[in-house]
Ligand binder design. Structure first.
Ligand SMILES: Nc1nc2c(ncn2[C@@H]2O[C@H](COP(=O)(O)OP(=O)(O)OP(=O)(O)O)[C@@H](O)[C@H]2O)c(=O)[nH]1
Ligand SMILES: [Mg+2]
Length: 332
């Protein structure tokens, strides 16, 4: 393990790939790795890329990476597919689109699929991001497929969340339904070569103008003053147009990402987001740890007896939990 971690800190591709596999497969390995690597993290700009299926996220990532590479930055890419239990399918398509990046030693690509629970995936993704950060990748792009909680989890892991949309019937509406507009720091209308792009841009701008959509993810983060554009702590969410297949609009996207980073740093929002992110991560760890302790301390027989009692309405769930807790503190 020590050798592997040294290799990672030196940026050795093979060591990185091997450590990521270990971290994905074992929480003990993840713990060991994070304990050593953590002091070397915190340098990367972590960027979440999300949006409706087929909007062009992977193509945007592909084109954006080429632009970032021209500036000599090393880039890590994590493609997360919470809907698929296998590494394959949709991700295979992503790999094909990212083929022209794979020969580049300054780019590291990793696909991750669901391993049972969303929580497990979020946890594994957070560890993989740390490995890449410690290995010296200046940008880490995290693409998520799917809708709902997964995007929110990824947004929590990122400093900057880019929501990619494409022109077409009801796309905007879909994003609202999926609740992904409210996590956007930057909106990208991709496929601007298609008809209707202007209309999509206009309606997105209008929605931003109307203020927070569907509630707020992080308390106090998104605010709207007197019908002015939605801002997060003074940041005006920009709406950019791109044609990812032709690498159009990528320079502007790269510049905007830099501006958002500067904004986060100058407003103090950076620290705030780091704290929120750390807390969420610690919360996940606490829950896991606590459940494991509880399971170890409460006799199986008592658990089953209580479950039966709850099912037969002899004991209510609250009282059952109280009993479990008192049992676990009784003999620590
Ligand atoms: N016309 C046009 N097509 C595009 C553009 N960007 C991507 N596409 C095409 O749109 C399709 C979907 O692109 P992807 O990059 O796979 O989209 P995605 O959002 O990653 O898709 P999922 O990961 O499956 O949700 C592909 O056939 C792309 O070639 C664009 O700017 N213009
Ligand atoms: Mg994709």
């Amino acid at each position: 393990m020590k050798e592997l971690l040294d290799g990672v800190l030196q940026g050795q591709i093979r060591a990185i790939a091997r450590l990521i596999t270990q971290v994905e497969n074992s929480s003990a390995a993840a713990e060991q790795a994070v304990q050593v690597l953590y002091p070397h993290t915190g340098k990367a700009h972590i960027i979440g890329i999300t949006g409706s299926p087929g909007a062009g996220k992977s193509t945007v990532v592909n084109a954006l990476v080429k632009t970032l590479r021209q500036q000599d930055a090393r880039v890590g890419i994590v493609a997360v597919d919470p809907s698929s239990p296998f590494t394959g399918g949709a991700l295979l398509g992503d790999r094909v689109r990212m083929r022209d990046l794979s020969g580049d030693p300054g780019v590291f690509i990793r696909s991750m699929a669901s391993r049972g629970s969303l929580g497990g995936l979020a946890q594994a993704t957070a560890s993989v991001i740390k490995v890449l950060d410690a290995a010296g990748y200046g940008y880490i792009l995290v693409e998520t497929v799917g809708a709902g909680q997964a995007e929110v989890d990824i947004a929590n892991a990122a400093h900057t969340t880019v929501v990619v949309e494409a022109p077409g019937m009801g796309d905007e509406i879909q994003s609202i339904k999926a609740g992904i507009l409210e996590i956007a720091d930057i909106l990208v209308v991709n496929k601007a070569d298609r008809p209707g792009a202007d209309r999509t841009v206009r309606s997105l701008k209008m929605m931003l103008h109307l203020g927070p959509v569907g509630g707020t993810r992080k308390s106090g983060r998104i605010s709207s003053t007197n019908g002015a554009e939605a801002t997060t702590n003074g940041w005006h969410i920009p709406v950019l147009e791109t044609v990812a297949t032709e690498e159009k609009g990528m320079a502007e996207l790269a510049v905007t990402l830099g501006q958002h980073m500067t904004h986060l740093r100058q407003s103090g929002e950076w620290l705030l987001r780091e704290q929120e992110r750390s807390w969420r991560e610690m919360e996940m760890l606490l829950q896991r740890r606590f459940m494991r302790q509880l399971q170890a301390q409460v006799p199986q027989e008592l658990r089953e007896r209580l479950l039966t009692a709850v099912a037969e309405r002899e004991v209510d769930p609250y009282t059952a939990v109280n009993q479990l807790l008192s049992k676990s503190t009784e003999n620590p």
